[in-house]
Structure formats: structure tokens, C-alpha cells
Ligand binder design. Structure first.
Ligand code: WAQ
Ligand code: MG
Length: 261
């Protein structure tokens, strides 16, 4: 029984000139640590890194939280402007104020770190006031110590492939967002990639699931990021602790729906 066996958090970070290139994260059995690390190193090497770190930590089994992937809905939008509009309305539906949603979107689009670059982690945004709550606006909050059981990973890949979603980013983002939405006070997430070739992103919320939006930025744009919206007025400390420390394992997949164009 997977849940009762010892699990290890395996994470990789590749960089060049202090700049983040690639990262990966998994929660695996001891017997799977070697292959998980190897898969991550292989990925790191495709980015021509100068420095790569792989960190392996046993996780506290007593603290383990298990969860399910959100249902994924494939949105259909005509361009980036429509994609961003859709993201704003989905966030509002999930209880985020237009002010807060718009502030987060504008910040990610501009480069949310103080120097206008990409943050390593996520912004925490008060869903009412739009105020940023993360202690370090350059690093942000890094979600770590999460993964998906190998059987569920296979099921997830098969389901996504049936909808032509074959990039590992989609599955990884689904898994990450499952942990984010399980965090205390978090009501929604907005994300798009910092990879200049990957224009898709999503809004995930407790109420609406994972809405995949194929165009949230233009090709060639290397700005991207994440914002986690906290219920208005909440203290970010317990959310930060959960996101960074609590081991979270996905054991069940969700469904996939497609919106008509
Ligand atoms: N914790 C918090 N924030 C993170 C983490 C993490 N573990 N990893 C990345 N980020 C932030 C950081 O600011 C990055 O710049 C930004 O998110 C984007 O990261 O359904 O690939 O790894 O196909 O480039 C969306 C998938 C893909 C859409 C997102 O993000 C789909 C993606 P990336
Ligand atoms: Mg990236």
C-alpha cells in the first residue's frame, strides 16, 4: 500500500548565471528515487544548465495529505486578449475581486519580480484587496513536496492524451494546482508558463476546477508566473506552511471536458 510506505520528495532546479532554467518535483517511493532523479536530470540537461541541484528528502508520513486532480475544462479562445479576459471572468466567478484578478494578471504579464523578471515561485494575492502577501517578491512561495502515484500518473497521461494534451507541463500543472487548491485559505490560482514557446495557462479554483486557456500570452514572450489567491483578509502563514512543507500526494484523477468554440 503506497500510502503506508516511506515517501521521498525529489526536486530539481537548474540554472545559468543565477537565472532559473528548469525545475521539477515528485513524491516517490524509495525504490523510485533513482529513476525520478534521472528523469529530472535528463530534463535539466536539455536546458544547457550551468548548475543543477537535486534535493531528496524523506517526508513525514504522518503529515501526508492525499487528494484528487481537479476536473479539467478546455477553453476555446481566439487570441491572447480573449484568453486573459476569460481568465479574469473565471477568477471573478470563483470569488476573486476584479481588482485583485487584474492586479495579478498585470503583474505576471509585466514580470512580477521587483526587477521586472520572472519570480521563482508564486505571488500570494488577497482575493479582495489585491494586496501581495508573499514575504519575498522575488522568490515568491514555492510549492514543494508534492507528487502523484505512478498508477495515477499513467491514468492521467492516458486521459490527457485522449484529448491531445501530451505535454508533461499539463499533467504537472494539474498536480501542482491540486496541492495549491488544498491549501488553507486558497480559493483560486492563475498561471501561465515562462517558457517562450508555451502560451497556455490556466485558472484553477475550488469551485470551477482547472480551466485550461490555450492562449494567455504571445509566442516568444518569456514572462510567466503564478498567483495564488487567498480569501480576503486571511493570514498567509498557514497557507505558506502547507504549500512548502506538507507532503501532498495525488491518488485520483478527475474528468476532462471540452468547450465548443
Ligand atoms: N511553486 C510556485 N510557483 C512556481 C513553481 C512552484 N513549484 N514552479 C513554477 N512556479 C511559478 C514561477 O513563477 C514560474 O515562472 C511560473 O510559475 C511558471 O512556471 O494545461 O509550465 O514551470 O498545458 O514555466 C501551464 C500548463 C504550464 C497549462 C505552466 O509553468 C496546460 C508552466 P512554469
Ligand atoms: Mg518554466
Amino acid at each position: 500500500m503506497v500510502i503506508n510506505s516511506t515517501l521521498f520528495s525529489v526536486r530539481m532546479h537548474a540554472s545559468r548565471d543565477q537565472r532559473h532554467l528548469s525545475g521539477a518535483e515528485d513524491l516517490v517511493l524509495g525504490t523510485e528515487v533513482g529513476s525520478a532523479a534521472q528523469t529530472m536530470l535528463r530534463r535539466a540537461w536539455t536546458h544547457l544548465p550551468q548548475s543543477v541541484s537535486v534535493t531528496i528528502d524523506q517526508v513525514d508520513a504522518a503529515a501526508l495529505v492525499t487528494g484528487r486532480l481537479s476536473d479539467l475544462t478546455l477553453a476555446s479562445v481566439v487570441d491572447v486578449a480573449a484568453g486573459r479576459q476569460r481568465a479574469l471572468s473565471e477568477l471573478q466567478k470563483s470569488g476573486v475581486s476584479l481588482l485583485a484578478a487584474n492586479r495579478a494578471l498585470v503583474a505576471i504579464a509585466a514580470g512580477a519580480a521587483p526587477d521586472g523578471g520572472v519570480m521563482r515561485g508564486a505571488m500570494l494575492v488577497d482575493a479582495g484587496s489585491g494586496e501581495r502577501l508573499e514575504p519575498d517578491q522575488s522568490r515568491g512561495v514555492r510549492v514543494t513536496r508534492f507528487g502523484v502515484t505512478s498508477a495515477t500518473k499513467v491514468d492521467c497521461e492516458r486521459l490527457l492524451a485522449a484529448h491531445a494534451l501530451t505535454h508533461h507541463r499539463t499533467r504537472e500543472a494539474l498536480v501542482l494546482s491540486a496541492k495549491v487548491l488544498a491549501a488553507p485559505a486558497v480559493i483560486a490560482e492563475l498561471c501561465w508558463s515562462d517558457d517562450p514557446d508555451y502560451t497556455a495557462g490556466y485558472v484553477a479554483s475550488k469551485s470551477g476546477g482547472y480551466l485550461r486557456i490555450p492562449q494567455l500570452k504571445n509566442m516568444g514572450d518569456s514572462r510567466g508566473g503564478r498567483a495564488f489567491f487567498l480569501a480576503a483578509g486571511s493570514d498567509p502563514a498557514s497557507a505558506i506552511h502547507f504549500l512548502e512543507q506538507t507532503p501532498f500526494l495525488v491518488t485520483t484523477i478527475g474528468a476532462v471536458h471540452r468547450e465548443e468554440p
